[in-house]
Each structure stands twice: as C-alpha cells, then as structure tokens.
Ligand binder design. Structure first.
Ligand code: NAI
Ligand code: MG
Length: 355
C-alpha cells in the first residue's frame, strides 16, 4: 500500500488563496508520480476568519492541527485587520506551540532569472538561512506603560536560552555537513552583549563539536552588505529570529523576487507537525489578480516533502521550478506575463513529462 500523508491546508488571506491551490496541484501531481497519497483538509483561518469570528483560528485550532503530518500554509494578514494580530494569533502561535524551532529558508538563483546583483550567477547565490524560530527578539515579552503621557515607555525583552541555541546550532552544523561544510553565525553580539554574547558562547561550544565544518562569525550589518556584494561566501547561515526574518527577505530579493522564497518551520524531532509557507506575506496589494508568483509556495511544498522523507518527489518539484523559470514562464514581479496558474501548469507538465 502506498504511503499516505495527512496535510492541513491553511490558505490564509490575500494571495494565499491563489498560490496555495497552485501548490496543492503540484503536490497532487508528484504524489501520483511517486506513488504516495496526499490527503488534504482545508481550514479557512486567518484575518478574514477573524473578521467573521473574532479570532484567527478556533480555540481548539492547535489541537485540530496536531493530528496532521504537516501544515501547508500561505500567509495571514489583511489591511483592515490590526497587523499586530496575524503573527501573535496564528503564525507565532503555531511555530512556538509546535516547537518548530528551525526556520529553514533556502536562497538560490534559479535558471533564467537575472539577480538584481548583475554580476552574480547560480554558483554565487546558493545558501540556506537557518533562523531560530521560537525565541530571541520575537517572544513578545514586554510592556507598554503610560502610553498617552509624557512618561510613556515600552520594553521588549529578548530571550536566549542555552537549550534554544544548542538545538538550532546542531541543526545548522548537521545541515552544513550535507552541503559545503561551512557555517556562518550572524549576530550583533558586539552591542547586544548579554543575549547575543551568550548566543555566541553557546554557538562556539557547539561549533567545537564539528571540527570538520568551517565556522565563522559575522555581524549582521556586515552580513547585509555581504548578501549584496559577495553572497558566494555563504553556505549555511545560522541566526536569530529577527535577524533571520530580515535577512531572508533580502535573500528573496537577491534571488530576484520575494515571491520566490520557500520555507519550512520545522520540528526536527517530529513530535509535532511542521509548517511550510513562503517567506513573504499575504500581499494584499496584488491579491485576486492571478498574478502572484506561486514559486515560493511551490518550493515550500518541496521542502515539506523532503521533511516527510519523499526526497525524490521534492527534488522533482525543484527541477520543475528550474525548468519553468529557465523557459521564461515568469510572473509580473519578474517582469513576465505568466499568471499564477500558468506557472503551476508549467511545473506540473514538467513533472508529468520528465523522469
Ligand atoms: P508582503 O510580503 O505581503 O508583500 C511585500 C511586497 O512583495 C508587496 O509589494 C507584494 O506585492 C510583493 N509580493 C509578496 N509576495 C509576492 C508574490 N508571491 N508574488 C508577487 N509579489 C509578491 O509583505 P507586507 O506587504 O509587508 O505585508 C502584507 C501582509 O502580510 C501584512 O498583513 C503582514 O502582516 C502579512 N505578513 C504575513 C506573513 C505570514 O503570514 N507569515 C509574513 C509577512 C507578512
Ligand atoms: Mg518576514
């Protein structure tokens, strides 16, 4: 009997409703080809759901998700909804409660796409950002006091734990062993001397356990410049929650568009389902036009299949993306005229016809 994976599907808002179905159609195609089953169940959660029900997902939402093998997610957020809610009430909630402490964000230049870095080629832009996904600057541990008075003040406190740094570090070094054996720890420990000083200390201790992997430290200001001037120096980047958030949008930009970036929020121990989503948001400015680039969403499906152990199917999807971009089937963000559906159809016909 063929293997069956239960996938919870959360389109979310905006372009999520266009790119997630595109991704599902690709998933169904590879499943047929590689002889496994994808059983999907859709949940219409997000900011649109909030407008109707006063919450981003039902109270037992996490409990419901728990019985799935993975979550395939678009993005949440709408202009008419308070934008402090999407992360707090959906995205961070799932990432934290399900201990998805690895945010895996690959950056690579696909064939046929001109990077805005005019001299850089495919061999220069090919690395992975491993963003710590449960702690750091985004724990939302803080307070606002007397906001409407002259004495108004606000505090956010970052949290860095030994356990948190050790587990993300081990993930990064193990990944580097499967790639070019190089880890760059991106921090700002020269100024955030307590939290990131400790981060560096623990990272260094773990690095010592992987003598076969080259280990470097780089401050985020230098790293930002290096993304643009010499992206070829990177293989695996390991970094904090906020730095990783910002750098991965920059990673999307040097690939040619934010719409290209895929990602996984991963619980490596598989104690909880992991969640796979593009790096961008719900892009309400282009929603409903069938012009959104679905590649980040489709790539996230490949990352999901890799996590589930369907490596060949995952590689076939990535090959389908390469084929599509190489042929110039590009959406508007890449100065092309293809629709969201055209791009999905092109990936699907490659999968059906090749290998
Ligand atoms: P965004 O990533 O949605 O959009 C930024 C720009 O990139 C926009 O001009 C958009 O049109 C373009 N873009 C993004 N994805 C694209 C794609 N696939 N194809 C073509 N163009 C694309 O970020 P923004 O505008 O800051 O946020 C919009 C909403 O999304 C907000 O409510 C925000 O909170 C939410 N958001 C949700 C995330 C999540 O659910 N994980 C992550 C980031 C933002
Ligand atoms: Mg982001």
């Amino acid at each position: 009997m063929s293997k069956k994976y239960k996938i919870a599907v959360v389109n979310g808002d905006g372009i999520g409703n266009e790119i997630v179905p595109a991704g599902i159609s690709v998933l169904e195609t590879v499943a047929k080809k590689y002889d496994f089953e994808i059983e999907t169940q859709e949940f219409s959660w997000g900011a649109g759901y909030y407008l109707q029900h006063g919450e981003f997902m039902p109270e037992n939402g996490l409990e419901t998700l728990q019985s799935f093998d993975a979550i395939y997610f678009g993005a949440v957020g709408l202009p008419e909804v308070d934008d402090t809610l999407p992360a707090k009430d959906y995205t961070f909630k799932v990432r934290t409660e399900f201990q998805q402490y690895v945010n895996y964000r690959p950056v690579k230049l696909f064939s046929g796409i001109q990077s805005p870095l005019r001299d850089k080629t495919k061999k220069d832009i090919d690395f992975v950002i491993i963003r710590e996904n449960n702690e750091g600057e985004f724990v939302q541990n803080g307070k606002i006091m007397h906001p409407d008075t002259p004495n108004g003040l606000a505090i956010d406190t970052s949290i860095v734990t030994r356990k948190g740094v050790e587990r993300i570090a081990h993930f990064a070094f193990k990944l580097a062993r499967k790639r070019d054996k190089k880890v760059t720890n991106v921090t700002k420990s020269n100024t955030l001397i307590y939290s990131l000083g400790f981060w560096d200390q623990v990272m260094g201790e773990v690095a010592a356990q992987y003598p076969d992997v080259e280990y470097n430290k780089m401050y985020v200001d230098n790293a930002s410049a290096s993304f643009v001037l010499k992206p070829e120096v990177f293989d695996v980047i390991v970094t904090t929650n906020m730095i990783g958030d910002i750098l991965s949008d920059l990673g999307g930009a040097i690939m040619g568009s934010l719409g290209l970036g895929g990602s996984g929020n991963i619980n490596p121990e598989k104690e909880f389902p992991s969640m796979f989503e593009p790096i961008h948001g719900s892009a309400p400015d282009i929603a409903g036009q069938n012009t959104a680039n679905p590649i980040g969403q489709i790539w996230s499906a490949a990352i999901m299949l890799e996590h589930l152990g369907e490596t060949k199917a995952a590689q076939n999807i990535v090959a389908g993306i390469e084929h599509t971009t190489a042929k110039g089937n590009l959406t508007k963000d890449l100065r092309g005229t293809a629709t969201t559906k055209d791009v999905a159809t092109s990936v699907i016909s490659f999968i059906e016809s090749e290998g």
